[in-house]
Design a protein around this ligand. Structure first.
Ligand code: SME
Length: 138
């Protein structure tokens, strides 16, 4: 976070570190708030398979709901989620954590897993603490 490089280079490095450190993480990326379009997320740095969902309106999917409510979403079985955007048929669970600074929403960390029930309370805490630190980049 404090090193050299652009914000996006740092976000990319964080994706790589998280994705390679935790076995059950199979897609790790950031969706960022689009400054040019109201209530719209765009895909930022990520590690994993390319996704069709490069722009997500607030309210749509898990990512869009997190942007709307500013809550962490943990979906332990995506097959049971009704407002969900599938990126890959292999994905079984997902976590989305908002990035907030001074009460403002800047984007979110999104992690997919090919394992059901992948996101333990410890992993949630890890992701939330990463987002607290990442907020300094905005
Ligand atoms: N599954 C997300 C969409 C983004 S992909 O997981 C990378 C959602 O429901 O918002």
């Amino acid at each position: 976070i404090n090193g050299t490089g652009t914000r996006d280079e740092k976000l990319q490095a964080i994706c790589q570190l998280l994705d390679s450190s935790v076995n059950v993480f199979d897609w790790t990326g950031f969706y960022l708030d689009d400054p040019d379009e109201e209530k719209m997320l765009y895909l930022g740095p990520y590690v994993g398979e390319a996704t069709d969902h490069t722009r997500i309106p607030y309210g749509t999917g898990i990512c869009g709901q997190a942007a709307d409510t500013l809550d962490t979403f943990v979906v332990q079985d995506v097959a049971q989620a009704d407002n969900y955007l599938a990126c890959s048929i292999h994905v079984k669970s997902e976590i989305v954590v908002p990035i907030m600074k001074d009460g403002r929403f800047y984007g979110e960390l999104d992690i997919d897993s090919h394992t059901k029930d992948a996101f333990t309370p410890e992993i949630r805490e890890l992701c939330e603490s990463v987002c607290n630190k990442v907020a300094r980049l905005f």
